[in-house]
Ligand binder design. Structure first.
Ligand SMILES: Nc1ncnc2c1ncn2[C@@H]1O[C@H](COP(=O)(O)OP(=O)(O)OP(=O)(O)O)[C@@H](O)[C@H]1O
Ligand SMILES: [Mg+2]
Length: 554
């Protein structure tokens, strides 16, 4: 067979290629087991016709083996001082996050075996998770690869297809290692909370093997079929919602929460980071555009509604392009953008904050809601009409919130006497409770106190304070239970000029995370039972002056 082949001139042709591969196996420093696997394939190639389909399948495989960075790594120097400088250069604020990153890096520097938990940045979109990962890679002097896992449902995307499939390829981890050409990059696995799973296998179990420091030194890709050592790779993951990460994966991660930004922080980020970057993108000089602080605030409040700063960056970008055009046409030299001028560049503001009641009213209570884009004030209104004691609830409220209003009503009925509610009001009247912005679904138990206050006010004909916001879950026996999102809620309240907050006693510790200058503006009442809460919320009415509303900006 061989002799015939040689006659046909086939073997020598393949022979050159095989010899070339032999050389590359040595150069690439393949570990023993991988070199063996490659040589076995080379032996098969020697006796095959190079025009056969099988030959090219094998050639592709060996090509993969020899081009992986088995023993090639970039010099890994971790200078903590430099890491700190890099992080500060690219990111405003985030003090706590930076501290935790530096602590994590310090441990990695001291403990050289790379066996530690995997970092996971968790937070809403646009708060800088991906860009923090980039800075870490830069400060460690390593290559950076970003890999989005959103919508990955197939295990083979992570771990590759077996070679028996036509057109099989290694999984994405191996592919990116080949692309960067070193075995110690920083790989950022974005959106790990959006992994799917179906009949094609569960990608999270494959990821478990990738991320688990105890097993990833022998990671096996289905296509390669030989083990690859991933232990020098530095994995960072990101997620919007930690609760959606599969449990076993979550256990292996060190989760660092990145909170949403407050308006003050956004103003700083806008002025110091986003504006200079967008000016450069548009080919402008810093002297071409100056945005005043009220101007920046006008962009943030009128044209963005987000937890992060991505939309803000886009808005600044479109202003810069408009200015670039007039500068290029020779019309303008420099622009000073104030709050009033923003609409000239961006058109009418799409977002306007709904107005809060300007005097205490019966049946209108202010609750606090947490949304993915930050805190919000929830206006709750109720009214009554002759009827037979029915409660109607509108405003796209979810099941839990509807139940809260039932609980509130039952509590008030049971305690009518002590709350000065005439007993016959329940029997002879229907109540309608509504939470405006009806097109927006609302859910959660945290409006309990506010719902109860609105109803208590209606039934006892006492106005509710309009400078006071409340949050807290209630039980049928009148206990007040803790709720989430305290920081965002309080910031929202301060921004809208609220002076007093009624909140669960059990949430008092969460004030630790609220900036001091915001806390200083507010008075807090911590309550453990609903009776106490209602006494606070329905104190003597306070007249809200136009001034007190405008003077406070968060
Ligand atoms: N603290 C900050 N200082 C300066 N720039 C910031 C800060 N936070 C975010 N940015 C900028 O905002 C933009 C969006 O950030 P990034 O892409 O990192 O968001 P992300 O958290 O990864 O969002 P997603 O969850 O949508 O992927 C980037 O241009 C980033 O540089
Ligand atoms: Mg990102």
């Amino acid at each position: 067979m061989k002799a015939i082949k040689r006659e046909l001139g086939e073997e020598s042709e393949g022979g050159a290629e095989v010899a070339d591969f032999e050389k590359r196996i040595k150069e690439a420093g393949l570990p023993e087991h991988a070199a063996d696997a490659a040589r076995k394939e080379l032996d098969r190639m020697r006796v095959m016709s190079i025009s056969s389909a099988e030959y090219s399948v094998i050639r592709t495989y060996v090509e993969w083996l020899v081009s992986l960075p088995w023993s090639k790594s970039s010099s890994d120097e971790l200078d903590l001082k430099q890491a700190e400088t890099e992080l500060n250069e690219d990111h405003f604020g985030l003090e706590e996050v930076k501290t935790r990153i530096l602590e994590f890096l310090a441990v990695r520097k001291l403990k050289r075996d790379n066996r530690g938990p995997i970092l996971c940045f968790a937070g809403p979109p646009g708060v800088g998770k991906t860009s923090l990962g980039r800075s870490i890679a830069r400060s460690m002097n390593r290559e950076f690869v970003r890999m989005s896992l959103g919508g990955v449902r197939d295990e083979a995307e992570i771990r590759g297809h077996r070679r028996t499939y036509v057109g099989a390829l290694p999984g994405r981890i191996i592919q990116s290692l080949r692309k960067v050409g070193v075995n110690n990059p920083v790989i950022m696995l974005d959106e790990i909370d959006k992994l799917g799973s179906d009949f094609r296998g569960d990608p999270s179990s494959a990821l478990l093997e990738v991320l688990d420091p105890a097993q990833n030194n022998t990671f096996s890709d289905h296509y390669l079929d030989v083990e690859f050592d991933l232990s020098s790779t530095f994995f960072i993951t990101t997620a919007n919602d930690v609760s959606q990460i599969p449990g076993p994966l979550r256990d292996r991660m060190e989760i660092i929460d990145i909170p949403s930004y407050m308006t003050d922080e956004k103003v700083q980020i806008g002025e110091r980071y986003l504006l200079p970057r967008q000016l450069e993108e548009a080919g402008l000089k810093p002297s071409h555009l100056f945005i005043t602080e009220p101007g920046m605030r006008a962009i943030i409040s009128g044209y963005t509604r987000e937890a992060g700063v991505r939309r803000l960056e886009q808005r600044i970008g479109s202003i810069c392009r408009k200015i670039a055009r007039s500068v290029a046409e020779g019309k303008r030299r420099r622009v000073k953008l104030t709050g009033e001028h923003v609409a000239n560049f961006l058109g009418p503001a799409p977002y306007a904050e709904d107005t809060l009641p300007d005097h205490p009213q019966v049946g209108i209570a202010l609750g606090l809601a947490w949304t993915p884009v930050g805190g919000e004030i929830l206006v709750i209104e109720s009214t009554s009409m002759p009827g037979s004691g029915k409660l109607q609830v509108t405003g796209m409220l979810g099941e839990v919130m509807r139940e809260s209003s039932q609980i509130a009503l039952s509590y008030l009925h049971a305690h009518a006497e002590s709350l000065a509610i005439p007993a016959d009001r329940f029997a002879k009247q229907d109540i309608h409770l509504h939470v405006p912005e009806g097109a927006q679904p609302k859910e959660g138990p945290s409006a309990g106190i506010a719902l109860a206050t609105s109803l208590a006010s209606l039934l006892s004909d006492t106005p509710v304070r309009n400078d006071l916001c409340m949050t807290g879950e209630i039980t049928l026996t009148g206990q007040v239970l803790p709720v989430g999102g305290i920081r965002e809620k309080i910031v929202a309240a301060a921004r809208r000029g609220i002076t007093t907050i009624v909140m669960p006693k059990a949430n008092e510790k969460d004030l630790f995370y609220v900036p001091d200058h915001i806390k200083a503006r507010l008075k807090f009442h911590f309550v453990a039972d609903l009776g106490h809460a209602l006494r606070m919320t329905m104190q003597q009415p306070v007249k809200r002056t136009k001034n007190s509303r405008k003077s406070v900006v968060a």
